[in-house]
Design a protein around this ligand. Structure first.
Ligand SMILES: [Zn+2]
Length: 411
């Protein structure tokens, strides 16, 4: 048996950065190297139905060992790509053995320091072995910790056919970080009734509520002409857009002023010209009907701004991004309940918090595969200070195995 740490240290050597600007699928060919290696490893361990499809999705089966007929097939899913926000090539992982609260100074950049005082989740892991990168790249624990955990659990289950469980399907996917992880995911072909993404943070995290998310583009249309001869004719869309942005709420409804269950409207990029100025927003709320109210507010403020700059017109466009997975998971309470039960049996304190974002599970749940997110031990996502505890990864492996057992017993 290969340890979860061993696997993790191997997988982070692969540069699997995804690329938002790419029009190919997967967005980068480098992701296929790891996907291909995973398929090869699954075959070598004796997994069934190992497949690397034309989009790069790797799927495999741990065959059922139970005599019960009706045990549902469950799935475990992780993504292989890393964030485009931070370099992911030439990662040099470092294992800091038996963490005792000391500063973890990353050798390639002395200003990259993990301090227990700044990172409560790290202060909680005294005695654990902590893995970091070396200071100039991300680590890739998001989501290679999940990949390593699922692979290790697969090997364990295959080696222990005496453990009764239903069929377990696993999937490794590209392009989650650029929002396309599920674009070509074939839920029917995957064949699981319920699934779990292993892409969460602290030990015990069970996440089944995500934002509902839309993108909104507010475009002001003006009129441009030679500025020397523009009197009474030019209409400057930039000024209308500035008036609009100035009308946005200042102490509420923004990422910088909300947490917990509060939603927000967030202008994050703008293309400005006299003729047209487009402001791109993300709009977030846990309650899908409240999303619409936030969009109505933006529309009203935009119209006010356009009126304040006569001659401008405003165009509005809303695009659905994903929906709160809880709307689906509430109809399938066993999915979350069994995850809680598996952790309880392992003595892991369950932590339930809403995700202020989305996961592939947010999409998969609405595609017919109810999929909450469980802890993988990942921390400081998308940062050169990313870290993971080896003992958290080992705990996640045990959770996967226990979950397979719980589903069998409770059927
Ligand atoms: Zn992730």
């Amino acid at each position: 048996m290969r340890s979860v740490l061993d696997r993790f240290l191997h997988y982070v050597q692969f540069d699997t950065q995804s690329d938002e600007a790419s029009s190919t699928y997967p967005s980068t060919a480098t992701q296929l190297r790891l996907l291909d290696a995973l398929a090869t490893e699954l075959r070598a361990m004796g997994a069934a139905d190992v497949d690397l499809d034309s989009h790069g999705y790797v799927t495999a089966t741990v065959p059922s060992t139970t005599t019960k007929a009706a045990v549902p097939t469950i799935g475990f899913i992780a993504h292989v790509d890393t964030s485009p926000e931070m370099p992911g090539a030439s990662v040099k992982p470092i294992v800091h053995a038996r963490y005792d609260g000391r500063d973890l100074v990353l050798p390639d950049d002395a200003s990259a320091v993990l301090r227990a005082a700044d990172i409560p989740a790290l202060a909680d892991r005294l005695g654990d072995d902590i893995v970091t990168a070396s200071g100039t790249t991300l680590l890739g624990a998001d989501n290679k910790a999940g990949v390593a955990e699922i692979m290790t659990a697969v090997e364990y289950l295959l080696a222990h056919p005496e453990i009764p469980h239903g069929a377990v399907r696993v999937a490794f996917t590209p392009d989650e970080e650029v929002g396309r992880g599920t674009l070509h995911f074939d839920v029917d072909r995957f064949g699981a009734r319920y699934a779990y993404t292993m892409d969460g943070g602290s030990r015990g995290d069970v996440e089944y509520e995500s934002f509902s998310a839309d993108a909104m583009t507010v475009t002001f249309v003006g009129f441009n002409t030679h500025p020397g001869y523009a009197k009474g004719r030019m209409v400057n869309a930039i000024k209308a857009a500035a008036a609009f942005i100035d009308r946005l709420p200042k102490d509420t409804l923004s990422p910088e002023s909300t947490d917990g269950y509060e939603g927000f409207v967030h202008p994050y990029t703008m293309q400005a010209g006299v003729d047209r100025t487009a402001v791109r927003f993300i709009v977030r709320d846990f309650d899908t009907t409240a999303l619409k109210r936030k969009e109505d507010l933006l529309a009203a403020l935009a119209r006010q701004a356009a009126e304040a700059w006569p001659g401008t017109r405003v165009d509005l466009k809303v695009e659905e991004q994903y929906r709160n997975m809880r709307e689906v998971l509430d109809r399938h309470p066993a999915v979350v309940e069994h995850a809680r039960e598996a952790m309880r049996r392992l003595g892991i304190a369950v932590r339930e918090r809403p995700i202020r974002g989305g996961t592939d599970g947010s999409k998969l749940s609405f595609m017919g595969l109810p999929t909450p997110n469980l802890f993988a031990g990942e921390h400081n996502f998308h940062s050169r200070l990313e870290w993971v505890s080896v003992q958290d990864m080992e705990a996640a492996v045990r959770v996967i195995v226990e979950l397979a057992k719980v589903w069998e017993e409770r059927t």
